[in-house]
Design a protein around this ligand. Structure first.
Ligand code: HEM
Length: 437
């Protein structure tokens, strides 16, 4: 009983105190002092990404790489790219300088997978990163993904048939469409049975705030439970595939456990779990952000109706203007100089991807949403360097097919009042998007 109370309550409470409650206090104090990074964290909680443009300009106005109370911060396109591609800067968060805090965190560590903790692809570099990435990359190349176009079209058509057949006056598009299509695709690629799709969608929603800093105790517990349930489900699912493999990516990954140099169980779960979760949590946001933007810019929607071959570029413009991932962080591994600033090992650099997307050095009239923009593809919504999004081609294909099919089927689609953005800060999209079709 004592042991279980320790595991279920005391350790999580200590972990939450160090990882969230303490940073939350620091953030509050820094915000009061006007620290720009603390303001970004605070404002991103309740403001739509397009409305953060003023803050992005302010960050750039202060410099190309700005020192804040918490880290270094950049919203400059060129500097974001340099940080994310530098061999001296690594993924993941640094261990605390204070040895006592480091010991406490070590004591609270759990076996449960976490998207930004090793051995997640997102949190490792060097030979391990290359080894994990090599195993999954083939399935997501431009050529391999293009072969899936017909299947994405079928899934989109099936979902739109269901919406039409429901005969309802109103439809909630996140539930009925935006979240279903990417989950259906990634589960099919990975070999997750259709009956588990809703379960997987639920794990994704529960785990999405795990990328945010300063979570409340209630949210932290909900994320922790979501991650634990996902972990347990993955264990069982991978074991099933090992015994009864199919022609899919997860079966192939599971088989490498028995091969020389293959993945061990923890690496396997981390890699398969990340590809699965990253494979839909962000694309859901791409679709909902696009629908909301096209509602606010009817002239752009008309243009796409007249010239549907522009859909592919329109998806990139949505990714530039309202990207599903606000920012990402790195830690300096070896002393280096970036944008004229000397950085010592251990410091954190935050690259504001959504801010880089509004950099006037790269994008003319950056705060104008323009689906005909010639260099829309130069956005940083998929990051850069070694951790550049593995699923970028799949996300672009899903966006193009899903949006075009939606507006072709329902040309009179109108978003209704009552849309709600998600409460997550790093992941940006809609929770609820009611519409008439
Ligand atoms: C619009 C949709 C998407 C967006 C905006 C997006 C965004 C991102 C970003 C910003 C990163 C890098 C984070 C960093 O540098 O710290 C990333 C990495 C990743 N993404 Fe995506 N993503 C999307 C869709 C997908 C899809 C469909 C998949 C499915 C395979 C996927 C799988 C991954 C994986 C596995 C990584 C880790 C790569 C690595 O660390 O080497 N993503 N994504």
């Amino acid at each position: 009983m004592r042991v279980s109370l320790m595991t279920t309550t005391v350790r999580p409470a200590v972990r939450w105190s160090v990882e969230h409650a303490l940073p939350r206090q620091v953030l509050r104090m820094s915000e009061k002092r006007g620290d720009i990074q603390a303001r970004l964290v605070a404002e991103s909680r309740h403001v739509a990404t397009p409305d953060l443009a003023g803050l992005f300009d302010e960050i750039r106005g202060r410099g190309r790489l700005v020192r804040t109370d918490l880290a270094y911060l950049t919203a400059t396109h060129e500097v974001c790219r340099e940080v994310l591609s530098s061999p001296d800067v690594k993924a993941g968060f640094p261990a605390p300088d204070n040895p006592a805090i480091a010991r406490i965190l070590d004591w609270t560590k759990t076996e449960t997978l976490h998207p930004v903790q090793p051995p997640s692809l997102l949190a490792v570099d060097g030979p391990d990163h290359t080894r994990y990435r090599k195993l999954v990359t083939k399935v997501f190349t431009v050529k391999a993904v293009e072969a899936l176009r017909g299947r994405v079209e079928e899934i989109a058509a099936g979902l739109l048939d269901e919406i039409a057949a429901s005969g309802a006056d109103q439809v909630e598009l996140v539930e009925a469409y935006c979240s279903r299509l990417p989950v259906a695709m990634i589960t099919e690629i990975l070999g997750v049975p259709p009956q588990d799709q809703d379960l997987v969608r639920g794990f994704g929603s529960a785990a999405a705030p795990s990328l945010d800093m300063g979570l409340s105790w209630k949210m932290f517990r909900s994320v922790d439970n979501g991650l634990t349930e996902f972990d347990t489900w993955l264990d069982q699912h991978l074991e099933n595939l090992r015994r009864n493999p199919g022609d899919n990516l997860m079966s192939k990954l599971a088989a490498t456990r028995d091969e020389e140099g293959g993945l061990n169980l923890v690496e396997l779960k981390a890699t398969a779990g990340l590809v699965l979760a990253a494979g839909f949590e962000t694309t859901v946001n791409l679709l909902s952000n696009a629908i909301a933007l096209l509602h606010d810019h009817p002239e752009q929607r008309e243009l796409l109706k007249a010239e549907p071959e522009r859909w592919s570029n329109a998806v990139d413009e949505v990714l530039r203007f309202d990207p599903p991932v606000l920012l990402t962080g790195r830690k300096v591994d070896k002393a280096t100089t970036i944008a004229g600033v000397d950085l010592r090992p251990g410091v954190v650099v935050t690259t504001v991807l959504a801010g880089a997307n509004r950099d006037p050095e790269v994008f003319t009239d950056p705060n104008t949403f323009d689906v005909t923009r010639e260099n829309a593809k130069d956005h940083m919504a998929f990051s850069a360097g070694r951790h550049y999004c593995l699923g970028a081609s799949l996300a672009r294909l899903e966006g193009e097919v899903a949006l075009r099919a939606l507006y072709e089927r329902f040309p009179d689609l109108q978003v209704l009042p009552g849309a709600q953005r998600r409460k997550t800060r790093v992941l940006r999209g809609f929770q609820v998007l009611p519409a008439t079709v």
